[in-house]
Design a binder for this molecule. Structure first.
Ligand SMILES: *[C@@H]1O[C@H](CO)[C@@H](O)[C@H](O)[C@H]1NC(C)=O
Length: 218
């Protein structure tokens, strides 16, 4: 066999392996274009979750969450837990649309990553961060599990908790929600209060989410 052919064969094997690994690592990107994406999320009985075309960051649909004080959205993936390198290197990316600014320190969403399997009936919060709702429009949020880590543990469930509030509530819209296996550069705007340091320094070239969040969509 000619050496050129051998090289091409090896290259094709190597590319195939890379491709297979990429497929295995990928989790669903929740664009809510597909009706099945809705069923991956459950909600408190006092909430509603629906797909809507009223707002969207990608395609023509997003997830509309009509909530009351303290409600939750839960997304479980107990048969495909986040562990090892995905836990060390990964994180969440999502886009959030708020129709009305919510002022007040407690007007925040809390995003929690849970281990519900190790101690059944008593979930451990492995990682957690807050999103201020004091903004109107779309905002992009990228946060790594490591950055918001509280204790050691694998992750099998994500929970988003609404503020505990007596103020009027308005629906929130979520789009392009993705649990990624690699989130090497943090990038988001200032609705997620600084965790650690240096993320908002002007010389952090990769801190671009706020710029993109200003691009106008519906
Ligand atoms: C909501 O109103 C009740 C009754 O006035 C009060 O006890 C409670 O602390 C308020 N909750 C918040 C989150 O402001």
């Amino acid at each position: 066999m000619g050496s050129r052919l051998m090289i091409r064969l090896w290259l094709s094997v190597a590319l195939n392996l890379l491709f297979i690994e990429a497929i295995q690592a990928a989790r669903t990107v929740y664009t809510f274009e597909d009706a099945a994406h809705l069923s991956a999320f459950t909600r408190s009985p006092t909430s509603t979750l629906e797909r809507t075309t009223t707002r969207y960051k990608d395609g023509t649909n997003s997830l509309k969450w009509t909530w009351t004080s303290g409600d939750e959205i839960t997304h479980s993936f107990t048969s495909d837990i986040i562990e090892r390198s995905e836990l060390r290197g990964g994180g969440i990316k999502l886009w959030l649309y708020n129709t009305h600014k919510r002022t007040g320190v407690d007007e925040t969403l809390t995003v929690s990553f849970l281990d519900t399997l190790t101690t059944s009936g008593s979930p451990t919060t492995v990682s957690q961060f807050k999103i201020s709702l004091n903004f109107k429009g779309w905002r992009g949020i990228w946060v790594s599990y490591k950055e918001s880590k509280l204790v050691s543990g694998d992750i099998d469930t994500m929970k988003i908790t609404a503020p505990t509030t007596n103020e009027t509530t308005h629906p929130l819209f979520i789009d392009l929600l993705r649990l990624v296996s690699k989130l090497s550069k943090q990038t988001r705007d200032e609705i997620v209060p600084t965790i650690g340091q240096g993320i908002y320094t002007p010389n952090n070239f990769w801190q671009q989410t706020y710029r993109w969040s200003l691009v106008r969509f519906l």
